[in-house]
Design a protein around this ligand. Sequence first.
Ligand code: HEC
Ligand code: HEC
Length: 279
Amino acid sequence: MVLRLIVAVVALAAGLAQAQSTLVSRGDYLVNTIMTCGNCHTPKGPEGDIKDRAFSGGLSWDEPPFKVTASNITQDKGTGIGKWSAADIRKLLRTGLRPNGLAIATVMPTGFYGIITEHDMDAIVAYVRTIKPIRNKVADPIYKMAQVRQIFPGAEKPYTEGMFKDPLKHGFYLATIGHCMECHTPMVKGLRDWAGNSGRGGFEFPGPWGVSVSRNITSSKTAGIGAWTDAQIKHAITAGIDKDGNHLKPPMGFPYYAHMTDGDLNDLVAWLRTVPARE
Ligand code: HEC
Ligand code: HEC
């Protein structure tokens, strides 16, 4: 009787541990592929991400609304987010608000994260809370004006897991949490022109690589990727090599997308093909 109870308790604990590890591996997959968190939050060397300093604070931006550095999001209690609760992290991702109520700079693409399913949100938070603590004090943010947070159309509320069965909906979900259209849409008066120019490219990214300009990824056969094969589009996203064999420059996170599953890439490409053509 006692033995049977012990067996049952052990089985229950093993079941919970299994569920937790499934959750963490889903979070690991999302954070380290399509969501490219480390592309901003991990410091870079000549070979790209410095892996043993992962998530300890990364790129800096000095723009009219703010001067900020991507935070240390490791579990270090003094310089990272080791003291944040799961609810604090979830709130930041959903709303862009820190535990003290202060809005973070909109470089952190929280305006895209409203679409994340409750399960994926649990997974991302569970994974983030397993990140090895690294001590590194990042410069405090400077805000030069109120932050204007734009919600990406379609990211107003969480998806449900059932919606993933539709490849186009799933592709849109991936493109949204991957904030593809943020980089690939020009700004008009400080705001992304979602209505008129989604996917048309033309936004400039200065960096150690010189200046890269995001390209037109609409379905236009002449200006965009409408005439590319699926394989060519996938190769551009995962290897950073365009249709003509030219190497694409950062900051797009090619090495992250390289680890996406083929199924996810197929759905992403299927959705890209539905983006209205813009010349
Ligand atoms: C495009 C770059 C970028 C991406 C991608 C990005 N972040 Fe950030 N993140 C930032 C910047 C910049 C800040 C700091 C903003 C500020 O100080 O106002 C930040 C702040 C944060 C904070 C607040 C930390 C603190 O101490 O206040 C957390 C938590 C966070 N990011 C987690 C994530 C996670 C998890 C992901 C992926 C799901 C992610 N970020 C993706 C740029 C990014
Ligand atoms: C951080 C900004 C950024 C993000 C996020 C981003 N891209 Fe890009 N992308 C760029 C830039 C910049 C280029 C052009 C690089 C160059 O010309 O060297 C590019 C190039 C491309 C190309 C090659 C197009 C061509 O004509 O050569 C494709 C396809 C593409 N991106 C698709 C995507 C998809 C799909 C996503 C989301 C999964 C995405 N991008 C996310 C900045 C970004």
